[in-house]
Design a protein around this ligand. Structure first.
Ligand SMILES: [Zn+2]
Length: 212
């Protein structure tokens, strides 16, 4: 879901890392993966602009430099602060732009199969990034992230998701037509850098459900 009603906009955000210490590891993991997806999806969406891109870039740096410690439970207060600020800035990136096909294909997994949002988006994001890499401008933005990381973005991302040890899903591939039908009208998908067709969505689900 993406909510476009200004009444739903936060007026203030309290970013106190001490409040996250008692957060269950599973919640920290899934919200960190979601924040990462927000930084990456907003960075390439068709509504990106210099303001949103600055938020996307900085949020990615903050999240990338702290996510491993969040996932393995060793995060210091400083690392928790970086993740919190990164997550908030990724939210500002979305507010100033939009999301894309990873959210459009993740949302039906949540709506139809109760897959937590962060888990669903972690399943679809790598396949959407591979799909988007065919777009030269998106590929160049991903290259910037790869340079920052010192390794290809997709490899780093898949490694991060693997260390999250998400529980395997048992969604039969026979349900893909149902998922695809629910994904195609999703609002966020309209802002993906490459337009997505029914065949594209089907193959993203195939990859997400069989690899997972
Ligand atoms: Zn999300």
């Amino acid at each position: 879901m993406a909510c476009g009603d200004p009444k739903a906009l936060a007026k203030i955000a309290i970013l106190d890392p001490e409040l996250t210490i008692s957060q269950p590891r599973s919640v920290a993991t899934l919200t960190a993966l979601d924040a990462l997806s927000h930084a990456l999806e907003s960075s390439v969406c068709t509504k990106r602009n210099p303001i949103s891109s600055a938020y996307s870039r900085e949020s990615f740096r903050l999240i990338a430099s702290s996510i491993s410690s969040i996932l393995d439970g060793s995060a210091t207060i400083e690392q928790r602060s970086r993740m919190l600020l990164g997550a908030a800035m990724a939210g500002s990136a979305i507010e100033n732009s939009m999301l894309g096909a990873a959210h459009a294909t993740a949302n039906p997994l949540t709506a139809l199969f109760d897959v937590p949002h962060g888990h669903a988006v972690a399943l679809t994001l790598p396949h959407v990034i591979r799909f988007n890499t065919e777009d030269p401008e998106a590929a160049s933005i991903y290259d910037d992230f790869s340079r920052y990381l010192g390794e290809p973005l997709i490899e780093w991302l898949e490694n991060i998701i693997a260390t999250a040890k998400l529980r395997p899903l048992s969604i039969d591939t026979s349900r893909i037509p149902e998922l695809t039908a629910a994904a195609l009208p999703q609002w966020t998908g309209k802002f993906n850098p490459r337009p997505i067709t029914e065949a594209d969505v089907t193959s993203i689900y195939h990859a997400a459900l069989t690899v997972a």
